[in-house]
Design a protein around this ligand. Structure first.
Ligand code: GLP
Length: 241
């Protein structure tokens, strides 16, 4: 695992955007794995800037989201499909039908995960997977206790994650209880994992992910098993190392 410590979130965004730009410019059909949450937002802002000012084109790019809430109405502004459209894909030249997310709106969520994994595999797999980490060590929505080999599936959120995500809703009561999330086994199949964490509230989770045992109690620790994982931190998030 490669650990990169930068001064600011913007410095981190610049390093990550360099990797993505190199992929997108050189690859005939690049596949990005996109994450929601606040941590990747500076990366998306930097990519949008490079698209507008440097002509960085995403016309050949396809993208797969990590996860999606279950139970929100289609088009809900906090559904991850809408969030990623608003923060990134709707602001660059990636075709809307080149962006896929687990189908949390499906009437058959039980099989939606299998269909999603098949779609990722059919596209050729993810080249660069962006990740954040939750304060309890979750990645995507793989809460502590998730199988290290898990595939995309229905999960129930912990109270802590619902509380953490309540800031995006009017109240915690509006945060869905269920989600569809790529499994840890699915995420590990991406060719390059790039995890971004900033702020002191992530320090414990980062320390457990990087220096703790590989364990389902800290889902982020699966990055230790990946041959090409890069963790980008500011000093506050790195303070427990
Ligand atoms: C949510 C997302 C995760 C994200 C986490 C942390 O739970 N499903 O993908 O990593 O939030 O979000 P933030 O970056 O806002 O702290």
């Amino acid at each position: 695992m490669e650990i990169v410590i930068q001064q600011t979130a913007e410095d981190i965004a610049s390093v990550v955007a360099d990797s993505i730009e190199q992929l997108v410019r050189s690859h005939a059909a690049p596949i990005l794995g996109l994450a929601t949450g606040s941590s990747p937002l500076p990366v998306y802002r930097e990519l949008v800037r490079r698209h507008a000012e440097d002509g960085l084109s995403f016309a050949r790019t396809r993208a797969f989201l990590l996860d999606e809430y279950v139970g929100l109405p289609q088009g809900h502004p906090e559904s991850y499909r809408e969030v990623i459209r608003r923060e990134f894909t709707g602001l660059v030249d990636i075709a809307d039908d080149h962006v896929q997310s687990p189908d949390g709106f499906s009437s058959d969520v039980a099989t939606a995960g299998t269909r999603y994994d098949a779609a990722i595999a059919a596209a050729g797999g993810v080249d660069i997977q962006l990740l954040g980490i939750g304060t309890d060590g979750h990645i995507a929505f793989n809460e502590p206790g998730s199988s290290l080999a898990s595939r995309t599936r229905l999960k129930t959120l912990t109270e802590q994650t619902r509380d953490d995500n309540a800031r995006f809703f009017d109240s915690v009561d509006d945060v869905p209880y269920h989600v569809l999330t790529q499994g840890l086994g699915t995420i590990l199949e991406a060719r390059h994992l790039v995890l971004v964490a900033t702020g002191a509230n992530k320090a414990d989770a980062v320390a457990a992910m990087v220096e703790g045992p590989v364990s389902a109690f800290c889902p982020g620790s699966v990055l230790q098993l990946h041959p090409h994982a890069t963790v980008l931190l500011d000093e506050a998030a790195a303070s427990g190392l």
